[in-house]
Design a protein around this ligand. Structure first.
Ligand SMILES: [Cu+2]
Length: 622
């Protein structure tokens, strides 16, 4: 007995020691500390019947989707398809959205950008960019649906976009990779001569709800990373970070990290607009292109710390802060100093026709918090503080951008990329909340195999000390997000009944099937709990066509009640659609397989939802 007692006690002691160390580790942050449990939980609790105070609008990265969360609960409210087909909503399956996606089955949604009025979110539109397939989309925030999509030419991934000017005059999309015009073949030996770092200026017309390419700028063949627009005194300006100013064409890990400084591109978009008006551009494949080698002015380069990633303009519009991912520095630059340097032509060099400003004459201060590594992005609160993410040291640093003083630091888990504070990139940030978009979750959640989710952490920034109050998993991969006051967004509950809408049917007796040659048009109704495709048929819920027919099913959901959405799935035809209350949607396909195919409502709509079904009958060719 005595012999056994020692190992047992030793084991207990070791256990206590391990537990102490373990909890000591975890009491350094967030909801796991005993003292903080209630307050952190209370801070994020939103009772049933009440709603969150803010929307968090996050890009879904290479899922091609938009994620909508509520803050402070961090509940994921909706996944909205943007660049990728989505069977849950029929997006990319129905006629209109299939055409809009242009045949692509994925996208890489990098940055969401809310429309602005006088530098504030107006809650009307959301712009989204696809880094994989060079597209920009616009969503109507009354419906959270994509209204238009534009393919952007001459671009190798609009990574540092979209960014929007103070009154949504332009949405700018600088490329990530340089490519030759028209994506034509070119040897990489001709990189310097033939490749261009094209930035596109896109406009959005609220009336027609259309995006249009206004002009492009042929910037040097660097890589462009992130960007921001000015505010107030700097409202006519915008700034972009570059890397690979070494013009490396292979092994960028080494070859694009040679120089101690890369550049920020500083440009005056009013001046560029004037150039276009005055005809100072080349017309290339029908696109107006400003080439700084020929059309000088309005664009400048500012040297910045090695391979900068983020650049963010302060709410007062006075400074732009760049973060060098290969240098531990946060650099504060002054717009006023830059304007003065431009006026006095304090140029130290010229690159591809663009004057390079003297670093010292634009820089205000370098901030280098002790042991903080990998600064990426900066967001702002309502008290004059900046919050910067540190990718390598996995923390958020709170600092005063007027003095450079670091006032607080908090660990995040792990490796934050972007971070976002409530309306933190507008003229009037709200403070209150900050979300750290972490690239790694590692051990935070139950394991689902070798690939882990990313994580988002909600941080209370209302007091002097930042407090991590909630950690949630997230699908790959939010690159950027914006937080907007919930009261700025007013979605509709049902689509307005519009009897003049093409292909719509509102009275049951008007539902009909019309044949025009080998085209069959079904003008049908979806309602609780049935389909009416042909009011005069023996079986109103059956569509019968001939093999080879081109079929158009135009369906109107006449249930004008909130949340009564219907669907239509056709078995074995790989077809699905969603029809929201009051909406008319068209599904177009060729009936190329003869046979009997059940169809049914995919979206639960009533107690008799299971009864909402019918048949597609495809008569074989004789
Ligand atoms: Cu239904």
């Amino acid at each position: 007995m005595k012999k056994q007692l020692i190992p047992v006690l030793a084991g207990l002691l070791a256990g206590v020691l391990v537990a102490t160390l373990f909890f000591a580790e975890f009491t350094t942050y967030g909801p796991y500390s005993t003292a903080g449990v209630n307050s952190a939980a209370e801070k994020v609790y939103v009772p049933l019947g009440e709603h969150d105070d803010y929307y968090l609008i996050a890009s879904g990265g290479h899922s091609g989707q938009l994620y909508v969360y509520g803050i402070p609960s961090m509940r994921r409210i909706r996944t909205v398809p943007v660049f990728t087909p989505d069977p849950a909503t029929g997006y990319g399956f129905n006629q209109k959205t299939k055409e809009m996606l242009g045949g692509y089955t994925w996208g890489d949604f990098h940055h969401p950008a809310l429309s602005l009025t006088e530098g504030e979110y107006d809650g009307k539109w959301l712009f989204a960019t696809d880094v994989a397939n060079n597209r920009i989309a616009v969503l109507d925030l009354k419906t959270f649906m994509v209204k238009d999509m534009l393919k952007v030419p001459n671009t190798g991934g609009p990574h540092c976009s979209a960014f929007v000017t103070e009154n949504t005059e332009y949405i700018f999309l600088p490329t990530r990779f340089s490519v030759p015009f028209g994506h034509e073949y070119a040897s990489l030996d001709d990189y310097e001569k033939k490749f261009k770092g094209v930035m596109s200026a896109v406009t959005f017309d609220e009336e027609t709800q259309k995006l249009e390419l206004a002009y492009q700028v042929a910037l040097p063949p660097y890589s462009y990373d992130v960007a921001d627009t000015g505010k107030g005194i700097s409202a006519d300006w915008a700034v972009i970070t570059t890397y690979n100013t070494e013009l490396a064409t292979t092994d960028l890990e080494i070859n694009a990290s040679q120089f101690d400084r890369d550049y920020l591109v500083l440009f005056n978009w009013r001046e560029l607009e004037k150039k276009i008006e005055q005809g100072e551009y080349d017309l290339i494949d029908g696109i107006k292109v400003i080439d700084p080698l020929k059309h000088k002015g309005g664009i400048y380069l500012v040297p910045a710390a090695k391979s900068p990633h983020g650049v963010d303009v302060t709410p007062d519009g006075k400074y732009f802060i760049s973060s060098g991912k290969l240098a531990p520095l946060l650099t504060v630059f002054s717009f006023e100093k830059a304007f003065e340097a431009i006026e006095k032509e304090k140029f130290v060099d010229e690159k591809f026709g663009i004057p390079v400003l003297d670093y010292e004459s634009v820089m205000v201060r370098e901030v280098n918090p002790e042991n903080a590594l990998g600064p990426l992005h900066t967001t702002f609160d309502d008290q004059g503080y900046a919050y910067s993410s540190m990718f390598i040291s996995s923390e958020v640093i709170k600092w005063n951008y007027e003095t450079g003083e670091v006032v607080d630091r908090v660990d995040v888990h792990y490796s934050p990329g972007h971070l976002v504070a409530a309306e933190g990139d507008t003229k009037s940030p709200k403070g209150e909340w900050l979300v750290s978009l972490n690239k790694m979750a590692k051990d935070n959640f139950l394991s689902v195999g070798p690939s882990h989710p990313e994580s988002m952490q909600l941080i209370d920034i209302s007091g002097d000390k930042m407090e991590v109050v909630l950690t949630v998993p997230v699908d790959p991969e939010p690159h950027y997000a914006q937080i907007i006051s919930a009261d700025k967004i007013n979605p509709i509950h049902v689509f307005e009944k519009d009897e003049g809408r093409p292909n719509s049917v509102w009275r049951q007796e008007d539902a009909r099937i019309e044949r025009k040659g080998n085209e069959v048009h079904v003008y049908g109704i979806a309602m609780r709990s049935k389909y009416i495709f042909d009011a005069n048929a023996k079986r109103k819920d059956v569509i019968e066509v001939e093999e080879g027919d081109r079929v158009f099913i135009h369906l109107t959901n006449i249930d004008l009640d909130q949340d009564i959405t219907h669907g239509l799935g056709i078995s074995d035809y790989d077809l699905t659609m969603e029809i929201q209350p009051g909406e008319t949607v068209t599904l177009e396909f060729t009936a190329d397989k003869a046979g009997t195919y059940p169809l049914y409502c995919t979206n639960f709509c009533s107690a008799l939802h299971q009864e909402m079904k019918g048949y597609l009958l495809v008569k074989p060719k004789k």
